[in-house]
Design a protein around this ligand. Sequence first.
Ligand code: FE
Length: 235
Amino acid sequence: MNNKALHRISYGLYIVSSKKGDKFNGQIANTVFQATSEPPRVAVSINKGNLTHEFIQDSGVFAVSILSKDAPMTLIGHFGFKSGRDLDKFRSQNYKIGVTGVPIILDFCAGYIEAEVIKSLDIGTHTIFVGNVVDADVMSEVGPMTYAYYHQIKGGKTPKAAATYVAEEKSSAPALKPPVKALAKYECQVCGYIYDPEIGDPDGGIEPGTAFEDLPDDWSCPVCGASKEDFKKVE
Ligand code: FE
């Protein structure tokens, strides 16, 4: 079986949010789809270990903020590689409360959908929640982020808790000879993001051609926010 075929399925990139009492949480998910149109219903697949899962089960409502193509890695990292058990993810964000009482992200949001859960299906590591759409709106004319764009253009990683995570295999392709003066790449030990000096960190204002050693001391991983000390040279 060739698992790589699974990578050929296309997805978007979303922040799925919910609430429990007066607490909010949200997480990045790519597994959101419209399940039926009459009546409009959407489905999301959420890891049972995630706090958002606990919140959706408790409140029976969720919102999907559809990320736009210009969403920075810092926003994706904030919701995708950190746990709401460690911090209030919405405290630092621009959001509004929807009709379900769930927070909706306002920045870099192409549109949003709010739903009330009518069914949940236990599928092992994850639960698929199906909900009736109770509100939705278009927020921006910038096109939606696709999962392929996130990986190819933004250099994004898939967290292990994601529904579509596939352990990455070591490439068997012969390595290209690096140019003699190639600057070293560094890998974030927290999320796996690779700092490539040739690309720099455009979202963080770091020019292409900047060596890792020359990054400011307060520079942090654009995906998960880890500090420079959490990076290791890629051999
Ligand atoms: Fe990181």
